[in-house]
Design a protein around this ligand. Structure first.
Ligand SMILES: [Zn+2]
Length: 306
């Protein structure tokens, strides 16, 4: 018999949020469930899903807002539940090969990461996962429904899951953290993330739930302020990159070593890969805008600012 006690939680009508360690700071997350008259649904399955018990294990359906290891950590508990995922993240949910392409890291990093997520996140692919598209709706009975709104950038298939008519928005890894937006994977897109951030404030919501750390926000002004600060991290990174490239021409290797996103003491397996991908996305934008040039020797240099 398990003797675990239920994690702290909050309720908003049919929606329950179970808070992970440190309000869902990575590697944990916050578990959302929605109980309609006819079905119990889980949004993502972070590590904390393993400490909830029947209120999670009885889920009929898991709707993944996106695919990453820390959102799949409870799937092994619900083998009979249907798993729905946006079509752009479907391959990543169905197989390790799909997930490896989704990350896009080097083979060495991927090999280490696979072991790590099997041990730490109970990783198991879901070949039975089914695709949904932008605007998909799930009526749960009793007037409660879930709607998916495609908000890509973090991953290609990242979606907000909106519970209606209550106006509770699960905004996933648009997590409003101090770190800022993560767009370090092969299927991440900086341009898409910018567009998603520009539109997420338009959702008909009054409660916003993040996967990590910030948890639940119920105050519109506070949400707007947190969203603005989160969005500003992108421009702060861009300014820092321009500053680095204004001092001297630098190679990608030098930029990755210097780091744009993570503090020097942070060491996760994927940090160099994520730095390379993120810096590359910023460089693409800056080159397109005529702010940076790529020299013949492959190094990058900022042009005098306008
Ligand atoms: Zn994620």
């Amino acid at each position: 018999m398990s003797t675990t006690t239920s994690p702290p939680h909050a309720e908003f009508g049919p929606v329950t949020v179970y808070f992970g360690e440190k309000t869902g700071k990575y590697p944990d997350g916050n578990q959302v469930t929605v109980r309609g008259r006819d079905a119990l649904v889980a949004f993502d399955t972070p590590i904390v899903a393993n400490r909830i018990g029947a209120a999670f294990d009885a889920a009929d359906l898991v709707i993944l807002g996106h695919v990453h290891e820390d959102h799949m950590a409870g799937l092994h508990r619900v083998p009979r539940a249907q798993v729905h995922v946006h079509e752009a993240d479907l391959a990543a949910a169905r197989s390790w090969d799909g997930l490896a392409r989704h990350y896009g890291y080097t083979p060495e990093v991927l090999a280490g990461l696979k072991l790590k997520i099997e041990q730490q996140f109970h990783y198991a692919p879901r070949p039975d996962a089914v695709a949904y598209r932008d605007g998909a709706e799930w009526p749960l009975g009793g007037g409660v429904r879930v709607r998916a709104i495609h908000m890509p950038g973090h991953t290609a298939g990242h979606c907000v899951l909106l519970v209606e008519p209550q106006g509770v928005a699960f905004i996933g890894d648009i997590d409003l953290s101090g770190f800022g937006p993560y767009y370090g994977d092969a299927t991440s897109s900086l341009a898409d993330f910018r567009r998603s951030l520009a539109h997420i404030g338009e959702l008909p919501a009054s409660v916003w739930i993040t996967s990590h750390h910030k948890g639940v926000i119920t105050d519109r002004a506070k949400f707007d302020a947190m969203l603005a600060a989160f969005t500003a991290r992108i421009d702060e990174r861009e300014s820092r990159l321009l500053e680095m490239l204004g001092q001297a021409a630098r190679s990608m290797e030098e930029l990755v070593r210097t780091r744009l996103l993570y503090p020097p003491e942070h060491d996760d397996l994927w940090v160099d890969c994520a730095e390379r991908r993120s810096i590359g996305l910023h460089l693409d934008e800056l080159i397109a805008r005529g702010r940076v040039v790529r020299l013949d020797d492959g190094r990058y240099r900022a042009l005098a600012g306008r």
